[in-house]
Ligand binder design. Structure first.
Ligand SMILES: [Zn+2]
Length: 181
């Protein structure tokens, strides 16, 4: 029996602590993008596109998956092409890709704040992986944060604004409120 695709995928990247990038350790193509063998060994796909599908969702037809982490590396360093961190990926057109490269967008709040070790995307992912059976200790290691940080993020004690499929509806139901003093 084959291991779940998420497990096999997760064996093939390593955290790059300065950037938070998850650099693909598997094969790369001649442009430096990670390559992932799909179910059919003859069918090879871009690792970052596979990451998008695994962790974020389907890619709309005609769109590329773009990296937002290129500016975290020195000019000329194309390592970010190997990045498969879903919080660094987004769908876009080739035109956006180019304007991103010359633009100065500041959407990467969590990335730019060096004290923030997790981002909205990694929190959402950690919750997804936890739901899929990955232990907190392993998540802590993968995201380079403490067990307690992971635990609190998973339970929603922190990062409340990150929308996941809520584990219970109770926190969202308009249940009885304790009266204001
Ligand atoms: Zn990255």
């Amino acid at each position: 029996m084959r291991r779940p695709v998420l497990d096999r995928f997760n064996d093939l990247w390593a955290l790059h602590p300065p950037t938070g990038c998850w650099l693909w350790t598997g094969a790369t193509d001649r442009y430096g993008y990670g390559m992932k063998t799909a179910y059919d060994p003859k069918r090879v796909r871009s690792a970052h596109r596979v990451a998008h599908e695994l962790f974020i969702g389907d890619i709309a037809s005609g769109l590329d998956v773009l990296h937002s982490c290129d500016r975290l590396f020195q000019r000329g360093d194309l390592s970010n092409r190997r990045c498969v961190n879903p919080s660094h990926l987004k769908q876009g057109t080739n035109v956006e890709n180019v304007s991103d490269m010359v633009g100065l967008s500041r959407q990467a709040r969590g990335i730019e704040c060096h004290s923030a070790r997790m981002t909205d995307g990694t929190v959402a992912l950690a919750r997804t992986m936890f739901a899929a059976g990955v232990a907190r200790s392993e998540l802590a290691e993968r995201f380079s944060v403490s067990w307690r940080t992971i635990d609190r993020a998973i339970r929603g004690e922190t990062w409340r604004h990150v929308q996941n499929d809520p584990p219970t509806k109770s926190s969202q139901s308009p249940g009885p409120q304790s009266p204001a003093p």
